[in-house]
Structure formats: structure tokens, C-alpha cells
Design a protein around this ligand. Structure first.
Ligand SMILES: Nc1ncnc2c1ncn2[C@@H]1O[C@H](COP(=O)(O)OP(=O)(O)O)[C@@H](O)[C@H]1O
Ligand SMILES: [Mg+2]
Length: 261
């Protein structure tokens, strides 16, 4: 069973952190024991997005040999477990890759899914998460430059012995989404496992330090993210709990009124 996924992209800003946090939350909502781990030290890192920026022990301390990974696990929304990283990159650069592997081994024993938010680019700390995941998921925007970057990341992943499972098209427009995702599949040679629309609710949710799937569960992005999570978990997809309920009320009303017309 695939357990460790790395969310990756060639450049920053494609939505890796957003997808990691929200997909992780959706998997947790589906009852899966899910961990997310920050290996991205960008601006909007996992800790900041979830309000965990001031926690004392992070992956940084673990990789520096100063703490155990179990002490760097924090409670997120819907039972999601979060392993934040320090703000500084140094923890990673000085880290012994074996330490990271050991830490991961411990985490994997505790969970159904581990999602790793990878740093962009081809630095050493960027390559390790590509190599150690069971599967890499590329987070791509609908621009040619992003697709080309994703292709580079795919090649890099294969060079270091990893495997790309598929791509998520993030920030897609309403029009041409199918066209773009078909193009992407051709250029990247991987399946597009989901499409997330451009959605202003994502940024709004960030200011509440809450994932969009919790803050605005009926938004377009949230529905798309739940669909991807359900597919990953091999579970049936419900558009929204409310929609399912409405559907039930509609059907119930139809049955009630059927004989009366
Ligand atoms: N589908 C989307 N619609 C609108 N804004 C988005 C979407 N996905 C990401 N963003 C915004 O884009 C910015 C970069 O996203 P982020 O997840 O931090 O990217 P990365 O981790 O790849 O650098 C953030 O401000 C985020 O709120
Ligand atoms: Mg990020």
C-alpha cells in the first residue's frame, strides 16, 4: 500500500503547501490517520498556514539530532497530525539523510498516509523527499512554464530513484480545464489525478489559519480537493455533506408528492 506521498513542483507558488494541508485534512476527515510533514521552507509553510509557527520542536530539531520525531507531531484540524519545519533551511542542509529516513520510518508506522510538502527546486533538501516517497505528486499550474518545470521535476524524481504517480492541476480556469489537463498528460506522461479551480476562498481561509476545506467546505476548491482525497483513499466521493442531504430531501419530496398530481 502506498503511504508516503511527496507533493512537488519545479517552482514555488504552485500550491504545494495548500494542497498538502487540504488533502491531508480531507483524508483525516475520511477517517484515515494522516500526517503531513513540512519539507518546504517557503513563505507560507505548513506551520504558518495552520497557526503552528511558534511551536518549540520541529523537524528542524529532529534532523539536528536534538529531538525525537514523536515530539515534533502536532494536532491539526479533523485529527490531522502535523510535523512542521523550522523557518530556517539550515536544519535540512546540515541533516544526515539517514536521520530523515529514520524519522520517516517512525512516522509511517503511526499512520495510513504521510504527505510531504516538498521544497521547490533541485537543492539537496529538495531531492530527498522525491527519492524517499512511495509516490510523487506534481502540483502544476495551467501555464506552459509550470508544466515544463513539472517535467523537470519528474525527470529529477526518476533520476534519484523515485516515481511520479500523477499530477494535480491547480488554479485552473473554468474554461479549457479538460484541454489543459489532456495537454499536461501528454507532455508530462503522467495521469492528471485532479483539477483544483482558482478559488479566492483559499486565500481567505489562510487568513484564518484554517484549511479551505474546513472554512469554506462548499467552495469549488474544497469540492475538488475532497474528490481527489476520496480517489486516493479508494472511497466514494460525496460532493458535500449538505448536497447529499439536499439530494435526499429532494428524492423524499418526489416520493411524497408523486401520487398527488
Ligand atoms: N487554487 C487556488 N486558488 C487561488 N489561490 C491559490 C490556489 N492555490 C494556491 N493559492 C495561493 O497561491 C499562493 C501559493 O500557494 P502555496 O500553497 O503557498 O504554494 P507553494 O507551497 O507551492 O509555494 C498562496 O497564497 C495560496 O493561497
Ligand atoms: Mg509552500
Amino acid at each position: 500500500m502506498v503511504r508516503v506521498y511527496t507533493l512537488a513542483s519545479g517552482k514555488g507558488g504552485t500550491g504545494k503547501t495548500t494542497v498538502t494541508v487540504n488533502l491531508g485534512t480531507c483524508l483525516a476527515q475520511l477517517g484515515k490517520e494522516t500526517f503531513i510533514m513540512d519539507a518546504d521552507i517557503g513563505m507560507a509553510n505548513l506551520g504558518l498556514v495552520l497557526g503552528l509557527e511558534d511551536v518549540p520542536i520541529t523537524l528542524h530539531e529532529v534532523l539536528a539530532g536534538k529531538a525525537n520525531i514523536k515530539d515534533a507531531i502536532y494536532e491539526g484540524p479533523a485529527g490531522l497530525k502535523v510535523v512542521p519545519s523550522g523557518i530556517s533551511l539550515q536544519g535540512f542542509q546540515q541533516a544526515d539523510p539517514e536521520k530523515l529516513k529514520d524519522a520517516l520510518k517512525e512516522l509511517v508506522n503511526l499512520c495510513d498516509y504521510l504527505l510531504i510538502d516538498a521544497p521547490a527546486g533541485i537543492s539537496r533538501d529538495g531531492v530527498i523527499p522525491l527519492a524517499i516517497a512511495d509516490e510523487v505528486i506534481l502540483v502544476v499550474n495551467p501555464e506552459l512554464s509550470s508544466i515544463v518545470d513539472a517535467l523537470k521535476t519528474k525527470i529529477l524524481t526518476e533520476v534519484v530513484g523515485g516515481h511520479v504517480m500523477g499530477a494535480i492541476l491547480n488554479r485552473s480556469g473554468v474554461e479549457k480545464a479538460d484541454f489543459v489537463s489532456q495537454k499536461m498528460e501528454k507532455v508530462l506522461g503522467v495521469k492528471v489525478i485532479g483539477t483544483i479551480p482558482e478559488d479566492p476562498n483559499i486565500r481567505k481561509a489562510t487568513s484564518f489559519k484554517t484549511p479551505v476545506v474546513i472554512k469554506y467546505p462548499d467552495s469549488g476548491a474544497s469540492i475538488a480537493l475532497r474528490r481527489i482525497a476520496a480517489n486516493m483513499a479508494g472511497m466514494p466521493f460525496k460532493e458535500s455533506p449538505q448536497a447529499a442531504k439536499d439530494g435526499f430531501v429532494d428524492r423524499f419530496a418526489k416520493v411524497l408528492f408523486r401520487g398527488k398530481r
